[in-house]
Structures are given as structure tokens and as C-alpha cells.
Write a protein that binds this ligand. Structure first.
Ligand SMILES: Cc1cc2nc3c(=O)[nH]c(=O)nc-3n(C[C@H](O)[C@H](O)[C@H](O)COP(=O)(O)O)c2cc1C
Length: 428
């Protein structure tokens, strides 16, 4: 399924809101998305960008992923785990819709690239999936935010150690790169995953849904045939300032020297749809957090009976998780805490709950903490652990891994005590 078909499905279900009045990509689009976070929007009139439309928020709720993958919300974690374990080879196509229009006279200012916040370093692409090839590990997909530098160039945030970074460091002449924008949910999900090096995320995408590939026009790469827009070129060895820009946490990320992307050719569909992810919006959060749920689930399942994992939006969908277990022994809560931290090394706080508590409902989780936790018995503190660089309160030392204290809360019913006193009254 491509993005257009998915938007049609959302519309038939009454979930897509069309915005017919003119909305400028300079700040106004961001303001509208933020005001309606959680609501899929299709902006149909972008002043100064005739022929373009802009979509946002089509993955702002778990139900959207479930719809795209054809399963129920609690099954998502299993679908993702299965796709990671059993990737499939994507098919090839010759006449790719993403190449209906080919522009070699590149002018990035003709694209409706939004400006999100007045402090931003420039207009930003936030939903671009980069396809690159590593000489040792093969094809790799990775999201990269990209700041417009001039009519043909971006500066690209390339996090150290990620697939793109590893390949770029091996390419003294620059790394061929194709950035695809306007992708369906299953491709975006696959691109958000971090499988072991050498595992091609487009195989994970194909395991989740139909993902045809096509040869890029100039770059020695493959692109997503059904993407709305593709930018082909080279990630050069030139560095320039990238940022500031809002981070996943909703706080402002600063400036860094980052690689410059020279765009050589731009291809797109007719009447293209640009995809804009609001930084720190629910769509951004889901794409970051959901792919970590199966990795936590797998680790916790090695030690106890795990029945669910939720990475929660209040914890920036990165720093907090709730793990649901079917408790079978006195140490299960503590074992689950330790395993959860192994399953997602950026995790800072984890709460373990029983099967009668809904891990997706923060009020329910808080109820379990209120009624089942005694601090000296149930809280574990791990001081000074390797942690997430996204946490503004963590200890950041240049050139070293960020460090933070971590907390695990065992909010399960204490072992050995009669459970009746801990169960919720159900009115008949
Ligand atoms: C919405 C979103 C935005 C992201 N932005 C960036 C980014 O700007 N730079 C970056 O290096 N990684 C970014 N990431 C992380 C990578 O896309 C992701 O972790 C990827 O799977 C890394 O895999 P790799 O190690 O195979 O490259 C982002 C992820 C998501 C979901």
C-alpha cells in the first residue's frame, strides 16, 4: 500500500481531515499540526507551491499503525518482532511512480519544506528516509532530519555510529544517497528500526507490506518506487552548521557541524504529497518509540512471561517504558526491570505491571504505582549508567557516552500476599 491509498483508507474511515484553506509551510503548517496533534491532516493549498499537498499526523496514533498492518493494537509488537526476525526480499519495478517527474534543475526552494519554529536554523525535512549502501554491510535505511542550506544543499543530522555514519566515514569522495519522502506507514516503521548491521531494513518493510523498489535515476542505489518525492545526490565530506531544531523531547537541540548533502536530481509523482513530521509531535514519538517495544519484549521474555510493552508518550516515547508481565515468582518484577534496560539501552525509567493493568493507559499505571508500590521494597536505582543523549538532564561529556541514573519500579502485586486486597472492584 502506498501513502495515497493509506490516506484514502483513513478518509473512508472518517479519520482524515482535509484542510482546504491556504496554509503557509512557513510556521503556519507547524502551528496547525501542533494544535491538532493526533489528527491526520491533508493540507491541500500551500501558497507559493502550486500542485503540492502536504500530509501530517497519519501515524499519530497506534490505531493508524494497526490499520496499516491489518492487525489489532496489542498485536503490533508481535508483527514488528516477526518482521525483524524474518525479512523478505522486496520486488522490483521498472516504471516507478516516484519518477513520473524528473528535475535536474534542482531548486529546493520550490519544495514546500516547512519552517517549524522561529529559532530553527532553516526550513527542515523531517520525514526523509535515506537509502545508502555500505561496502561491507549493504543497503541501509535511516531517517535523517535535513536543514536547507541553499537551493541545492542540505546539512544533515547524522548520528554517530548509525548506518549512514559508518558508510559515510568509508567514502572519502562522498557517499551516494537517495532520500525518499511521502512513504507509507510500514516503510517508515522499518526505517525507524535498528536491526544488527548488515540487516537491510527494506526487507523488514517488505515483511510488513508490499514495498516495490526501483533503480535511482543517477545514484547507484534503489529507491522506494511508490515514494512521493526522492532527492538523489551525494553526502559530501564538507561539513557545515546544522541546527538549532526541536528534539524529540520538545526541548531545543543546538548547533553542530554536520555533513552537507548535494542534491543532483529530484524526482516526484504528479500532484505530489509532501510529508511533514512535527518534531516532538505524536507521529514523531510513535516512530521513535514503537520499534523499541519488540526489542524490550524479546529481552523480558527471556526471563519472565512478558505479555505487553508500551513506550509511553509522556516519557518522550524514548525514555520511559511500561512492561506488563504474568507474574510467576517473587523475583519476576526485578528480573523484568533488568531485562527491559537491556532491551533498550536509552531507557531511563521502567515500570512493571501485572496483567490487570493497561500499559497504554498512564492513569492505570499510576494507579498500580499508588496501590502496589513500597519504595524501599519495589524501587531499584541504578546510578551513573550509559544512557540517552536526548535527555537534557543527563550528564553529557564531549566525546564520551552520555550517562544518567536509572530507576525501575516494580508495581506488581507483592508475591506471597493475598491478591484480593490488590484487585480493583468491578461494579456489576
Ligand atoms: C522520526 C525519526 C527521526 C530520526 N532522525 C534522525 C536523524 O536526524 N539523524 C539520525 O542519525 N538518526 C535519526 N533517527 C534514527 C534512525 O532513523 C534510526 O534509529 C535508524 O533505524 C538507525 O538505524 P541504522 O543504525 O541501521 O542506520 C530518527 C528516527 C526517527 C524515527
Amino acid at each position: 500500500m502506498d501513502l495515497r491509498t493509506f490516506l484514502e483508507e483513513l478518509e473512508s474511515a472518517g479519520e482524515l481531515q482535509r484542510v482546504a484553506d491556504p496554509v503557509s509551510p512557513a510556521f503556519e503548517v507547524a502551528r496547525r499540526i501542533a494544535a491538532q496533534d493526533g489528527q491526520p491532516l491533508l493540507f491541500e493549498s500551500l501558497p507559493g507551491f502550486p500542485g503540492w499537498r502536504l500530509a501530517s499526523g497519519y501515524l499519530a496514533r497506534r490505531e493508524h499503525f494497526a490499520r496499516a498492518l491489518g492487525c489489532a493494537v496489542p498485536e503490533l509488537v508481535h508483527r514488528l518482532a516477526e518482521a525483524m526476525d524474518f525479512p523478505q526480499t522486496p520486488p522490483w519495478v521498472i516504471d516507478a511512480p516516484c519518477q513520473e517527474v524528473v528535475e535536474t534543475d534542482v531548486d529546493l526552494y520550490r519544495l514546500p519544506i516547512p519552517r517549524y519554529h522561529p529559532l530553527d536554523g532553516g526550513p527542515y525535512i523531517t520525514a526523509g528516509v535515506a537509502v545508502i549502501r555500505d561496502p561491507d554491510y549493504g543497503r541501509n535505511l535511516c531517517f535523517h532530519r535535513m536543514m536547507v542550506r541553499d537551493a541545492r544543499h542540505f546539512t544533515v543530522r547524522v548520528v554517530e555510529g548509525r548506518g549512514t555514519d559508518t558508510a559515510w566515514r568509508k567514502a572519502p569522495e562522498g557517499l551516494p544517497i537517495a532520500v525518499c519522502i511521502g512513504l507509507p506507514p510500514h516503510v517508515l516503521l522499518a526505517a525507524s528500526m535498528s536491526p544488527p548491521k548488515g540487516v537491510d531494513e527494506s526487507g523488514i518493510a517488505q515483511a510488513l507490506g508490499h514495498t516495490p523498489l526501483a533503480r535511482a535515476v543517477t545514484a547507484p542505489l534503489e529507491v522506494f518506487a511508490e515514494a512521493e518525492l526522492v532527492l538523489e545526490g551525494v553526502l559530501t565530506q564538507t561539513l557545515d552548521i546544522e541546527g538549532p531544531f526541536p528534539d524529540l523531547t520538545g526541548t531545543m537541540d543546538g548547533q553542530r557541524e554536520q555533513p552537507v548533502f548535494r542534491v543532483d536530481v529530484l524526482t516526484h509523482r504528479k500532484a505530489p504529497i509532501f510529508h511533514a513530521l512535527l518534531p516532538a509531535g505524536l507521529e514523531h514519538k510513535n516512530l521513535m518509540g514503537m520499534p523499541r517495544e519488540p526489542t524490550i519484549f524479546a529481552e523480558v521474555s527471556k526471563v519472565v512471561k512478558c505479555t505487553g510493552v508500551a513506550i509511553t508518550p509522556g516519557g518522550c516515547s524514548w525514555l520511559h517504558a511500561v512492561v506488563q508481565i504474568a507474574k510467576q515468582g517473587p523475583e519476576d518484577g526485578r528480573l523484568a526491570i533488568e531485562a527491559a534496560f537491556r532491551g533498550h539501552s536509552s531507557l531511563k525509567h521502567v515500570v512493571v505491571v501485572d496483567i490487570d493493568v493497561n500499559p497504554y493507559d498512564s492513569a492505570d499505571v499510576e494507579w498500580a504505582i499508588a496501590t502496589r508500590v513500597q519504595a524501599t521494597r519495589d524501587i531499584v536505582i541504578y546510578p551513573d549508567q550509559p544512557s540517552s543523549s536526548l535527555d537534557p538532564s543527563a550528564r553529557q561529556i564531549p566525546g564520551q557516552k552520555t550517562r544518567s541514573d536509572k530507576i525501575g519500579v516494580d508495581a506488581t502485586i507483592p508475591w506471597g500476599e493475598p491478591p484480593e486486597g490488590f484487585l480493583r472492584v468491578r461494579y456489576q
